[in-house]
Ligand binder design. Structure first.
Ligand SMILES: [Zn+2]
Length: 464
């Protein structure tokens, strides 16, 4: 798209034209999401968030049966699946019937390819793909209705964070809104159509970070939407400076696209002086989890049917059936992401009856495996309370070799480094060789995402 910030035109344009292009991109997106359809979905989900458990279960049953019927009639793959099962979704009588459909993994979706595309789809379709940082990249198709559906839920999460349409907001995510070759000058752009200050997450450094904070405080947004690693970086800078964020209008921060660590969440909330609302949405559009005003992670039950595949250790894999994408319907897609389960009878003070999970752990690949057979996922605490530590990444090279790459401020002492080493040793065990490496920066993935854990162990043979 010519107006996209990834286009050569944008990358070469002067700042004033770049800002216009960002506004045009917003207007084009608004047109694509069809304002009337968006308003209709937003109104519907403004009501459905308050449904009782029985209420959302019956909504799910109607929606999933409708989607399965559509898939059975219009996709080659599901036509075969239902022929093999000897049943038709029109005969389904409860949500339990969905479990007869075999779950699909990412590799299976890649192999099936076009067999999952609806033959009656509209001409206007968009292709996306997973970032492909681990394993094979998966391509997926979405249509206009799917984009609209997704937008309505993202908007509802922003409203839970105190944002109202038209309010000032700020954006610190993976969009390359400032060309990477640019070093000086403002590292943000104003998008007038969205009343939004967009800051580049690719230029975060100690020096630039202070300028970012100043720009944010001057603009004074009501909402900040950010990658957790980017806003945590700014929060740690504030901590180093011994001060708090000074914009009086800020009501909430919505983080998404990366796993939000407990310690990062605490530092962000403390330094920015507002609650953090973490949003989980899978690229495959099969499940969504948002944060309510009481700080709880709720499964968006009106977005799709989310099943928890219990791993027996308090964690579960997500199997999702999203209602939003009829161009490429996925029934029971097994995502690579895991959650920590909460008490199933927990009733949230916000009044919603949507199920709650304790934490989102992120991708299954993002674990450290130890020679004694453990899978270690929660590593935030080894970094907690180390002043001067700006960012850290744990890289598992071999089963018995882990590198910890750190970006630090001058006050990070040799003693701090010893603390870090000691904690990592306690967590990973004595058989693992640990190396701490000080680096000037930690590179992002192709989509600008930060990964706290990188494992280079992939095959079963490597694990022995
Ligand atoms: Zn709640």
């Amino acid at each position: 798209m010519i107006v996209s910030c990834r286009s050569p035109l944008y990358q070469l344009a002067p700042v004033a034209l770049q800002e216009r292009l960002l506004s045009w991109q917003t207007r084009l997106r608004r047109w694509l999401t069809r304002p009337a359809a968006l308003a209709q979905t937003r109104n519907a989900i403004a009501d459905s968030q308050w449904l009782s458990r029985e209420g959302w279960q019956s909504l799910q049953f109607a929606a999933v049966r409708d989607l399965a019927l559509h898939a059975a009639r219009h996709t080659r793959y599901y036509q075969d699946v239902f022929a093999c099962l000897g049943t038709d979704p029109s005969a389904w009588t409860s949500l339990d019937d969905l479990s007869r459909v075999p779950a699909l993994s990412k590799d299976e979706v890649i192999s099936i390819g076009d067999g999952l595309l609806a033959r009656d789809g509209t001409w206007l379709r968009f292709q996306g793909s997973t970032s492909g940082t681990t394993g094979r990249a998966m391509r997926g198709w979405r249509d206009q209705a799917s984009v609209t559906f997704e937008q309505a839920f993202v908007d509802r999460q922003a409203e839970w964070a105190g944002y109202r349409p038209g309010d000032r907001r700020a954006w610190l995510r993976g969009d390359p809104i400032v060309p990477t070759r640019q070093q000086g000058g403002p590292l943000w752009r104003f998008n007038r159509a969205d009343n939004m200050l967009m800051l580049s997450s690719y230029h975060l450094s100690r020096y630039n970070g202070l300028a970012y904070l100043h720009a944010l405080e001057s603009f004074d947004p009501v909402l900040l939407q950010a990658y957790p690693s980017s806003v945590a970086y700014l929060a740690r800078l504030l901590e180093d400076e011994g001060r708090h964020y000074r914009g009086p209008a800020l009501r909430g921060i919505v983080t998404s696209s990366e796993t939000l660590g407990a310690d990062d969440r605490r530092v962000i909330a403390e330094r920015f002086g507002c609650p953090v609302f973490d949003w989980y949405g899978a690229f495959e559009r099969v499940a969504a989890i948002g944060t309510c005003e009481h700080g709880r992670y709720h499964v968006m039950e009106d977005y799709g049917v989310t099943e928890f595949e219990d791993n027996g250790d308090g964690t579960a894999n997500l199997i999702g059936t999203g209602f939003g994408n009829r161009s490429m319907p996925l029934l029971r897609y097994r995502s690579d992401d895991r959650v920590v389960l909460a008490d199933p009878d927990f009733q949230c003070g916000c009044g919603r009856s949507f199920r709650v999970v304790e934490r989102i752990l992120g991708r299954v690949d993002d674990v450290i495996r130890t020679p004694d057979g453990r899978h270690v996922v929660m590593l935030d605490w080894i970094f907690a309370g180390l002043f001067g530590l700006i960012e850290a990444q744990v890289v598992q090279e071999r089963l018995d070799l882990v590198r910890i790459r750190i970006v630090v401020a001058p006050e990070f002492s040799a003693q701090d480094e010893q603390h870090l080493l000691q904690r990592a040793r306690e967590r990973l065990g004595p058989q693992v060789t640990l190396r701490i490496e000080r680096v000037p920066a930690i590179e992002r993935t192709r989509n600008g995402k930060f990964r706290q854990i990188v494992s280079r162990i992939h095959s079963r043979q490597d694990i022995r």
